[in-house]
Write a protein that binds this ligand. Structure first.
Ligand code: ZN
Ligand code: ZN
Length: 295
């Protein structure tokens, strides 16, 4: 069932079918001109019914905004479009996947995950965003902020007057999001940290993430997220002080876990930032990394 967050914002939560990721949250926003939904979840029956009910009570849906190109944020697009005339808006880097999600199914992963990906249906992105646009719902205006790092096409939506940030997966309610090398054209982590720093300039009193609980201390939440990522980066640098290391060794020494695709991606995200900052170099073709002597 939807939860009313403010006079004109409603949250619909849905359970992720697998993975430790906390519930996915969709937000319905009622302006006096238009009604929008931010993210459409995994397209499961329960959440679509809940969305249909609230959208019906509010008098229809005009706009679907997908914060980024991960399936748990756009899989419900098709079902919501079936009974509304809503336009779909997403960052132009996210559009290629939202319009052609079948390419996700060719990726490696667990069977349950691939099974979900193989059933995704495409939706046309009507409004390609770059960042900086204002999505005008009348009484509420949402400013689009491009926040690459978790995904190249990630955007946060800022309701300036209400001081509310819809943070998608950029800042989440529990833990911190995955940031891998593929999270931006610059290798993920450096853009991720920059995108977080930019959010600290905003006047905020409420953060509404796509996973986990909402936060009434947005700046603290953003700072904690940044500190967590920078702490891990320091651990990687410390691990390299004793000599060159493979990715597997770095995972063992920093996460204390065995290698997985996600952990490998995370380490590569950090290493791309450290290489750009000339703190780390890759030992030729060996997939081993060491501290840059000049650092
Ligand atoms: Zn995501
Ligand atoms: Zn997500």
């Amino acid at each position: 069932m939807p939860t009313q967050i403010t006079d004109n914002i409603y949250q619909i939560k849905t359970r992720m079918p697998f993975s430790p990721t906390p519930d996915v949250c969709m937000y319905v926003i009622k302006g006096d001109d238009k009604t929008a939904i931010i993210d459409t979840g995994i397209g499961d029956r329960t959440s679509i019914l809940a969305a249909k009910k609230i959208i019906g009570e509010l008098g229809g849906l005009d706009l679907i905004v997908n914060t980024h190109e991960h399936f748990d944020h756009f899989a419900g697009n098709v079902k919501l479009k079936e009974f509304t005339n809503a336009s779909v808006a997403a960052h132009e880097f996210a559009a290629s996947i939202i319009e052609n999600p079948m390419i996700l199914a060719s990726k490696k992963g667990k069977n349950a995950y691939l099974n979900v990906l193989s059933k995704l249906e495409p939706t046309k992105v009507d409004i390609g965003l770059k960042g900086g646009e204002i999505l005008d719902l009348g009484s509420i205006k949402l400013r689009v902020i491009h926040t690459p790092g978790h995904a190249p096409g990630h955007v946060c939506l800022y309701a300036e007057e209400e001081k509310i940030l819809f943070s998608g997966d950029h800042v989440i309610g529990i833990g911190t999001p995955y940031v891998g090398r593929e999270g931006s054209k610059n290798g993920g982590m450096s853009d991720y940290i920059k995108s977080l720093e930019n959010l600290l300039d905003l006047d905020l009193k409420l953060l509404l993430p796509a996973h986990g609980p909402i936060s009434k201390k947005p700046h603290q939440k953003i700072k904690e997220t940044m500190e967590h990522k920078l702490r891990r980066e320091k651990e990687i640098l410390n691990a390299l002080k004793s000599g060159e290391k493979t990715i597997e060794q770095l995972i063992k020494e920093t996460y204390k876990l065995n290698e997985t695709i996600m952990l490998k991606g995370s380490i590569l995200g950090y290493l791309s930032k450290l290489k750009q900052e000339k703190k780390v170099i890759e030992v030729e073709k060996n997939r081993k990394f060491k501290l840059d002597e000049e650092f």
